[in-house]
Design a protein around this ligand. Structure first.
Ligand code: IPE
Ligand code: IPE
Ligand code: MG
Length: 236
């Protein structure tokens, strides 16, 4: 099962407490840790977390620097824990605009955790789904192999293969939009929007979203089995 999360609401969480936005981002890192561990313990194979969108470069320079710094710290401090918990961590998105130090930290974490088999954690950084799709189209044209478009899509953003369909997409913070995240992969994703701001989202909320997912009926354009059986009885 592939779960994707748009971790939104750090700024509002801080504002509600009279704190500066960096305090919200710092508290958000704690929530990442607990949700990653909860996912590793449950039936989730791939967890993709939206950490920084390509459009987030438009934020003030000090906020961008704060977010990039937190990401580097997270990678450095969590790598051992990922290895212990069987988590294979990767970054998806563009890498050419990240600082050399951050790219080194990313590569180190990816190498150290490469054998993890319980959970694949994808952190989307400098990520844009539209850019991913147009990048994949360019790759497919170069390779003259449009049939392998999904592989090109994975290559365009360094994603793992087999993670092409999201089953459940969660967005915290109360907004109901995709903000250029996994547009292709979410074609049949079940969407769960929660009001809770990301720093307050915990294991209990994560389990509640999984339960909500299991209550949904996924139809992929077909009729529900019960309606199909009734239709068969009526025609037969
Ligand atoms: C999500 O929280 C973190 C990132 C987008 C990096 P926000 O910073 O968007 O928080 P709000 O939406 O302003 O509350
Ligand atoms: C989406 O949140 C990006 C991340 C959570 C990293 P934003 O806060 O940037 O999205 P908008 O601006 O509300 O659409
Ligand atoms: Mg936001």
């Amino acid at each position: 099962m592939h779960v994707a999360i748009i971790m939104d609401g750090n700024g509002r969480w801080a504002a509600q407490r009279g704190l500066p936005r960096p305090a919200g981002h710092k508290a958000g890192v704690r929530a990442v840790r607990s949700v990653v561990e909860a996912a590793a313990r449950s039936a989730v194979d791939v967890l993709t977390l939206y950490a920084f969108s390509a459009d987030n470069w438009s934020r003030p320079a000090d906020e961008v620097a704060n977010l990039m710094g937190l990401l580097e710290l997270y990678l450095i401090s969590e790598t051992d824990r990922c290895v212990e918990n069987g988590v294979r961590a990767r970054i998806i998105g563009r890498r050419d605009r990240l600082s050399p130090a951050l790219v080194r930290a990313v590569e180190k974490t990816e190498r150290a955790t490469a054998e993890g088999e319980r959970l694949t954690l994808q952190l989307a950084v400098d990520y844009s789904a539209r850019e991913a799709i147009s990048g994949a189209a360019r790759l497919a044209a170069l390779r003259r192999d449009a049939l392998k478009f999904e592989d090109c899509l994975a290559d365009a953003v360094h994603a793992v293969r087999g993670a092409s369909s999201v089953d459940l997409l969660i967005r915290t913070g109360g907004e109901r939009r995709l903000s250029d995240f996994l547009l292709w992969e979410c074609a049949y994703a079940e969407l769960v929007f929660v009001e809770t701001c990301w720093p307050d989202f915990d294991e209990k909320d994560f389990q509640a979203a999984l339960e909500e997912f299991h209550r949904r009926e996924r139809r992929y354009g077909r009729v529900p089995p019960i309606a199909a059986a009734t239709a068969l009885r009526q025609t037969g």
